[in-house]
Design a protein around this ligand. Structure first.
Ligand code: TYD
Length: 199
């Protein structure tokens, strides 16, 4: 089973991820993330930092996804393991639909085409919803900001996430990311265990 965690920067995904690592240890899940595949992760980081060509950046995110699938996700799923990924393809549909505006006539069409017929669709996607202002306030003391971390940009990203959810209503589970971290963790842990027991 493939479970993904999505949400804008500062939505608390990393805290949830670390909590799940502790809580779900008995299920022996494979915890992984995007971006950050074996040999492309560094190139993606560099593209984000240089911020000079959105299409090159988007293509690198897709390439990173391909390497991630081939070397990490697919082998683990074939072994029957539970895989939990911090960000996955929905991040591209949310972020690159904004960053590619003006560079590509129809970013959604490109993203749909570039993922179709090879990418694996998650079984469950938890979407952490938070006001971009509060999300940025949480990130505030972390130091240098990436070019994605701007309020108007994240507003649009979150809107794309919500559109994506309305197009895939059975896959997405919405989480109120303004709630206390432990409440969120309890809810997500419970949802995952229920789904696994139903299998
Ligand atoms: P990351 O460092 O993992 O940030 P976070 O801790 O918020 O998950 O990811 C770097 C940035 O890359 C983040 O702002 C989201 C963005 N991103 C995309 O724009 N497209 C993608 O496909 C992915 C996976 C991430």
């Amino acid at each position: 089973m493939l479970i993904t965690l999505e949400g804008i920067d500062g939505s608390g995904k990393s805290t949830l991820y670390r909590g799940l690592e502790e809580r779900l240890a008995d299920l022996n899940p494979l915890f992984t993330r995007e971006p950050g595949s074996p040999y492309l992760g560094e190139a993606v980081r560099r593209a984000i930092a240089e911020n000079n060509d959105p299409l090159a950046e988007a293509a690198l995110f897709v390439a990173d996804h391909a390497v991630h699938l081939a070397t990490v996700v697919r082998p683990a799923l074939e072994e029957g393991r539970l895989v939990i990924s911090d960000r996955y393809s929905d991040s591209r549909f949310a972020y690159q639909q904004v960053s590619l505006k003006g560079y590509h006539e129809n970013p959604k069409e490109w993203l749909t085409a570039v993922h179709s017929r090879w990418s694996i669709v998650p079984d469950i996607t938890f979407l952490l919803l938070i006001s971009p202002k509060n999300a940025l306030a949480r990130l505030g003391d972390r130091g240098e900001m990436e070019h994605f971390e701007q309020e108007e940009f994240l507003e649009e990203v979150q809107k794309n996430y919500l559109d994506r959810m309305s197009e895939n209503p059975t896959r997405f589970i919405l989480v109120d990311a303004e709630l206390p971290a432990d409440t969120i963790l309890d809810f997500v842990e419970k949802s995952i265990r229920e789904r696994i027991n139903k299998q």
